[in-house]
Structure formats: C-alpha cells, structure tokens
Design a protein around this ligand. Structure first.
Ligand code: ADP
Ligand code: ZN
Ligand code: ZN
Length: 803
C-alpha cells in the first residue's frame, strides 16, 4: 500500500504530494486525512495523507516508509481535503498551508530535536559521559556548550548516536481525575474494617454512602467532604472507589450577559426573510442570500431561527462574525438559545482552549459554531446553513497565505453540502450588493428596526467652522453640550476615534519635518504612556525628540489626535465623567475586552471611548449619544475602498445609539462634510451611497466592475526589486489576454517597510481564464530562482486593500 502525503515543508520549490510505503501494521487503520510522521531528506516531518493507492509510479524499492501514524481517526474529512485543493488553487498557496489553516494551531506539530544514544558503551569522551549521566535520550536543546556539540556531531557521524526529530503536539488533551464510588453494600463492608480512631476516613465514607454509585471529580470530593488527599487514597486502596483519568475540556469562562431564551415573534419582514432561507435549506439548495438590514433590524434573530430550523433536521450550522464583534454579548445570544450545542472560536482563547473547541466539533458534541474567520473550516460533516454576519468586513480575508476569503470558502462548502449561505450586513460590500442586484445572490431586506425605534438623528459638524470660531478643542460646541446633558441625565455616551495612541505624529512647526521610522517609509506614532515613538509596521521604538532632527528647532510638537489624547481632554472638560478607553493598547490582556464591556453594561461608566473595536455589536439600552470625533481619518487612505469603509464605519457607529426605548443622537465631526460618504451616512441611505460609489468605481475601473489581483515584490536592494518587478510584469503581460490591464510596476504607497523596498503590480480584468495558470508559472519562477536571491513576492487575488 502506498500513501500520498503532503509534507510540512513550505517554501520548498515543489508543491506536490510525495509517495510513501504504508508499513503492514498500519494498513488496516490508515485513512485519508490522518496526520503522519515521515522521513523527508535528513529530517522527520509532519504530513497529511491525501490519497491511498496500491502502487506508485516511482521505483517502489526506493520509497521510504511512514514512521508513525499520528491520528487513528482522520482529522480532515474527505470534504475538507477536497476543499484544501480548491483553496490552494484559487489563492495560489501551498497545499500544506491550505491543509494547516483548517486545523487549530495546537495540532500543527512542533518539532524538537533529540539525541538518541545508540551505542552508549562506545562513548569514550569524559565530558560527554558526564553530561549524559546514563541518559540515552534527551532534547538537543539541553546542549548549550559548543565544544560538547562538536563531540556529539562527531559521534553522530559514526553512528554511536543519532539526532532525531520528534514531532509533538503543542497542546495535550486535558485530563481530570475522577472517582467511581462503589455501591452501598460494598461501602458498608469496608466501614466495618475501619478502626473507629480513623475519624476522617469514617467521615469520607459517610459522604461516599450518600453518593454511592456516582462518578465525581476527585478534587470536588476533597472539598465537599472536607478531607485531605491521603484519606481519599486510603479509601481507594481499601476498595471504596476506583479512580480514573478522563478527558475534559478547558472551559473558557466567558461572562454571560442576560438574554431571551425563547424565539421572538418575528416582524413581517423578518418572517419573509426566514421563510425564503428555510425553503432553501428544505430543498437542499446551495443558494446565497444577502440579508441587508439596517442596524437593529433584527438580523441576528433571523439567523437564530434559521439555525433552529436546520438543527431540527439534524444538521449543523456555522456562524461567522468579525473578530472584534465576537463580544460576550454576541456569543451569549447563541448560547442562550442553543445552550451546550454551541462552540465558540476566537483569538482570545488559548491554544489549548481552541483545540478543545475544535475537538467538540470534530466529535459532533456541538452543532453550532460561532467564530471568527477560521471557523469557516469547522470539521462538521452535515452542514445545514452558513452565516456571515457583517459580511462587508475586511477581516474575513486572510492577509497571509493562504489568502482566502471566508465568503468564498462558505460558498464552496455550501455547494458541497447543498445548503444556503446567508450574508448579513447593514452596509453590504459593493461586490455583494452588485451580485444581489444581478440576481446572483438573493436579496432579503429588513428596512425597519425590530422594536420600531426610529434611527438616531445624525448631525454632521463642520470642524473648519469650529476652528474659525476659535474652538481648538477636539470637541465641537454641540458635541460637548450633548455630552453634558447626557451626563446630567445619567445616560451613556460612546465616543469613537479611529486612531490609537496619544497623537499620530510629531511635527516640526518650523521646517515641517515629521519624524519618520528609520526602517519604513512611514511616520512614527507618539505613545504617551511610556513617552515613546513607535512604528506600527516594524515595531521600531525610540524616545521623543526635544528638538527637530532636521533643523534643530525647539518648536516640535505632537500633531493630530489619538485615543489617549482624547481621554485627557475629556478629563479636563468633564472631570466628573467615568471614562473607559477601549483600543488595542487597553485590550491586550486576555479578557480585558469583556471586562470593559461588562463595566459599561453594569452602568459603571459614563463614557466609552474607543477605536473601531467599539463600532460593532454593542447593544446597551442606556447609550443615547454617539460622537465620532474625526470622521476623515479613513477617508484619505490611498485605497479605492476608502469611501466605502468610511460609510460603513459611520453607519455602524451611529447604529450604537438609541437601540432601545431611549431615543438616540449622533454627532459626526469632520473637516470634509461635503463628501458623499459622510453626507449619506447621516441619513444611512445605503442605496444612494451604493449608486454613487458604483459610478466612481466604474469610472476608475475598480471592483466590482473589474477583478483585481495584486502582486507585491520586496527586496533589501532597491535596484533588484525594480528589476524583478519588471521581469514579473513583463512575463504576465506576455501571457495574459490583451483586454487585461496591467498597472505598474510602481513603488507601493508605503515604499519601504523594515528596510525592504516594496514594488507592486496590479492586474485588472473582467474575464481572464489564463490568470491562475499564469500566476502559477510566475510563482514557480519565484520559488525556484528568485527567492534564493532574497526576493519576497506575494500574490493576492482579490486583495482587501492595495497598499
Ligand atoms: P441587528 O443584528 O440587525 O443589528 P438585532 O438582532 O441585534 O439587530 O436586533 C436588535 C434588537 O431588537 C435586539 O435587542 C433584539 O433582541 C430585538 N429584536 C429583534 N427581533 C425582534 C422581534 N421580532 N421582536 C422583538 N424584538 C426583536
Ligand atoms: Zn525642523
Ligand atoms: Zn518601521
């Protein structure tokens, strides 16, 4: 028997399965989708069995054998194996990357080198003998002395010892000790043998009698019976109970917020939407729906009831939400409805917790997974519905190999299972809305808020006017007034600022110099907390200069505004307000996100100040005022999606106000009030925005009128990167059809990161059947030759931004 194995050796020029002989003792049990340990060159690596066959095209005498079968139960189903091929092909990634992305990190294997002493009696070297001290196997990393390492190498050469690579799973199954208590009559018999002086043993036995025939966790026995471990041990030895170590799960202790348990009575619009989705799942139809519903229109309730429907048919559901909106508030709504049937996957979990959630899905102990992007690969085998909430979010696209978009993967999987996909958003991506308009997706509309509240009233404040009036503060007169009244009325306020840190950059007022990162073509960000300048691209840090590095002027000052700066201003203007700040800097610690939200929900804060993190999902009845401090920050990015992103963000943030009985008010502060993205966010007229933005996209030839693929090149040597970018562009031009546009090569918007120069090339096309093959050839040239010369090249089909 021969197995085709994809090995864990990325960056290898050849991306294909290798044949290995299956030893006879494995033939009965090996299956496709199992992990194996195989020899590869001088190393031992992890691999995935993708096919089993009876013979190989190669000389079977020369084939190596599989060393070890890691999984008796395959970890990847035939469907996921098939999917990995599609992902690898469509995103131009290595197959190994496509396979690994489907599994929790803990299962991807960690390599550790061991010294294995084969012939201890042949070792003469005193230093080595004393180091080994009788051991025959030990991790190589324990050898820190280089002289000793040299001796070890020499012995390895003559076969006295070998250096072996062991693959260990990074996380182990967690086990817990339980005891099975015997029946009452056995306990009675034992009781008679215990001396009356052994009071503690008698006590524990009494406790056991009350719990005869039960299985309990050992630790809780000690606590409840109030005895020490040796007492329990003595009774186990006497036969009062038997003990066992059983597998358990790490339970992430997410605080649960209150929610309704029962399905709500749907509004007319919700019912229409639900019926169409249910009809598709009844017919096993792989239809994609776009659920366009304004904020607060009850999209989540539609998801919940559509899931109930497929669960009744014995099927499973995947719900994707953007990482930052995976709040306890969001997940608890699913847990409240489906209880223990829900697994939650997000980046806040430890590797062990993620592994446990994955095992629950793999063993079919849960039926619903709520998670961020990678949960799209949940190992269910009977999927009945896939939901992407906030489908327009760019976090659904992975920015690293394999560069997949969760929406595409959802549609591929739905075609396999014959199940519907529901894409939900208040501000759909232009691509999805265009597809819905053309009938590729089925459009479902929720135009009213579920509780019939009106949309909040939105005021756009022109900050240029404020400046003219002599107001230099970050707060316009109107917004400050609004905050003051809310504080008096004991209502809550959300302030949104799309920037972290204290202020964005340090500028010399005399010569205009902005302090730049020495490694990157980008200005440094000032961080007040530790008085440093930081580069958010390469991590470079330096102290704050007191004089301008260019002209030595002392008129150097912090410019712009960040969350820390805003916090200080609030403290000055409203000293009585209790402020919580939520940004990357305050939520680094595990659980801090939840803690902040809990404080807001319990009314322990008046003002929540934050970055995009607070734009989504928040649903607190007492929030009646939302202020956007600077709406322009996303508008001036060198990105064709800048207007779309601004509109989405403003709509999302505005949607946080007045979701319940109390009416909401929103202030958007801006220096460009006339821009249509800001103008239209005021009325939340998605459709008008859609038409205007589509006109702009058509004019400049951007998606959804054209597809785009971005090829980026980087090298430490500027001349080399230009040279390779030219070579790449010339090759593509020659291979693709004349209707396809190739823009560039040109320097990227951020032309240097971490001392590497960056060039890029944009391919625009309507229909390009030769695209994938051409790109594959380009990648082959890169992997076989260019890479060796220090070039890095990435190919991103349908990039989420083109920096
Ligand atoms: P969305 O996901 O569209 O922003 P939600 O599902 O969060 O909207 O709904 C907004 C609010 O309306 C929530 O508090 C929710 O419980 C409530 N809600 C949704 N549907 C109904 C309904 N049919 N009847 C009563 N309340 C509803
Ligand atoms: Zn200067
Ligand atoms: Zn940098």
């Amino acid at each position: 028997m021969i197995a085709e194995v994809i090995v864990d050796v990325a960056a290898y020029p050849i991306d294909r399965p290798f044949d290995y002989v299956v030893p006879s003792n494995m033939q009965e049990v090996i299956e496709c989708g199992s992990r194996v340990k195989v020899p590869f060159g001088p190393r031992k690596v992890l691999g995935y069995v993708t096919r089993l066959k009876t013979d190989s095209d190669l000389d079977e005498e020369k084939l190596k054998s599989i060393d070890e079968l890691i999984d008796l139960e395959p970890v990847l189903s035939p469907e996921l194996l098939k999917l990995s091929k599609i992902v690898a092909r469509e995103t131009l990634a290595y197959e190994i990357d496509a396979l690994q992305v489907m599994l929790p990190a803990a299962m991807r294997g960690k390599y550790e080198k061991f010294i294995e002493v084969e012939k201890p009696y042949e070792i003469r070297d005193a230093a080595l003998l004393s180091f080994l001290n009788g051991r025959t196997r030990l991790p190589l990393k324990q050898v820190t002395d280089s002289a000793l390492l040299k001796i070890i190498k020499a012995y390895a050469k003559i076969g006295v010892l070998t250096i072996d690579t062991a693959i260990s799973q990074q996380t182990k199954v967690k086990k817990v000790r339980v005891i099975h208590i015997k029946d009452a009559s056995t306990l009675q018999t034992i009781d008679e043998t215990i001396h009356t002086n052994a009071k503690k043993q008698k006590e524990l036995l009494d406790w056991m009698r009350r719990h005869a025939n039960k299985t309990v966790v050992a630790a809780s026995v000690l606590k409840e019976a109030g005895v020490q471990a040796p007492v329990l041990k003595a009774l186990i030895e006497k036969g009062a109970a038997s003990e066992e170590h059983v597998e358990t799960y790490r339970e992430p202790d997410a605080p649960r917020l209150r929610d309704t348990q029962l399905p709500l009575t749907l509004t007319e619009e919700q019912k229409v939407a639900l019926d169409l989705v249910n009809e598709a799942s009844d017919k096993n139809s792989a239809k994609t729906f776009l659920l366009h519903g304004i904020t607060g229109s009850g999209k989540t309730e539609v998801y919940l009831q559509a899931i109930s429907h497929v669960l009744k048919q014995g099927k499973e559901a995947i719900v994707l939400v953007p990482e930052i909106s995976l709040t306890p508030q969001m997940t608890s709504r699913f847990q409240a409805r489906f209880g223990g049937l829900v697994a939650v996957m997000h980046s806040g979990l430890s590797a062990g917790e993620k592994y446990d959630e994955w095992r629950k899905i793999h063993r079919k102990e849960v039926k619903v997974v709520v998670g961020a992007r990678s949960a799209i690969f949940a190992p269910f085998e009977n999927i009945g519905i896939i939901i992407l909430d906030e489908e327009h979010e760019s976090t659904y696209k992975q920015e690293d190999n394999p560069r997949y978009h969760a929406r595409d993967v959802a549609i591929w999987r739905s075609e396999h299972f014959g199940c519907p996909v529901v894409l939900g958003s208040a501000t759909p991506s232009l691509e999805s809305y265009a597809r819905a308009s053309k009938g590729v997706y089925t459009l479902l509309e929720l135009s009213k808020r579920a509780l019939n509240q009106g949309l909040p009233s939105v005021t756009v404040v022109d900050m240029r006017e404020e400046l003219k009036e002599g107001n230099r503060s970050m707060f316009s007169v109107e917004l400050a007034e609004g905050i003051r009244t809310r504080l008096q009325r004991k209502e809550q306020i959300v302030l949104f600022l799309n920037k972290r840190g204290f202020s964005s950059f340090v500028l010399c007022r005399d010569c205009g110099t902005v302090v730049q990162c020495p490694n990157c073509d980008i200005s440094l960000t000032y961080h007040r907390a530790n008085e440093t300048l930081k580069c958010h691209y390469c991590g470079h840090e330096e102290g704050v200069p007191t004089i301008c590095p260019e002209c030595e002027s002392e008129h150097i000052r912090f410019f712009g505004t960040g969350t820390q700066k805003a916090e200080e201003e609030i403290a000055k203007l409203f000293p009585e307000a209790r402020v919580l700040r939520m940004d990357v800097d305050t939520t680094r610690q595990k659980g801090s996100h939840e803690r902040i939200l809990r404080q807001v929900s319990e009314g322990n804060a008046d003002i929540l100040l934050g970055t995009q993190m607070i734009a989504k999902g928040l649903d607190f009845p007492n929030i009646t005022l939302v202020g956007v401090l600077a709406a322009d920050t996303t508008l001036h990015l060198a990105d064709f999606r800048a207007a779309e992103k601004t509109f989405q963000l403003l709509t999302q943030v505005s949607g946080r106000a007045g979701r319940h009985e109390l009416a909401g008010e929103v202030f958007i502060q801006t220096y460009t009030p006339e821009h249509y993205a800001i103008e239209l966010a005021k009325t939340q007229h998605f459709e008008t925005f859609y038409h205007m933005e589509m006109a702009a996209r058509r004019q400049y030839g951007y998606p959804p009128f054209f597809y785009i693929t971005l090829i980026q090149f980087s090298h430490e040597d500027l001349m080399k990167v230009i040279d390779y970018a030219d070579k790449g562009a010339t090759f593509i031009k020659g291979a693709l059809s004349p209707d396809t546009f190739i823009i560039g090569p040109a320097a990227a918007a951020i032309s240097r990161v971490n001392n590497r120069y960056r060039y890029q090339c944009l391919i625009k096309y309507k229909k390009e059947p030769k695209l994938i093959d051409t790109l594959q050839q380009l990648i082959k040239m890169y992997r076989t030759n260019w890479m060796k010369d220090g070039l890095l090249m990435s190919v991103d089909v349908d990039p989420s931004s083109i920096f």
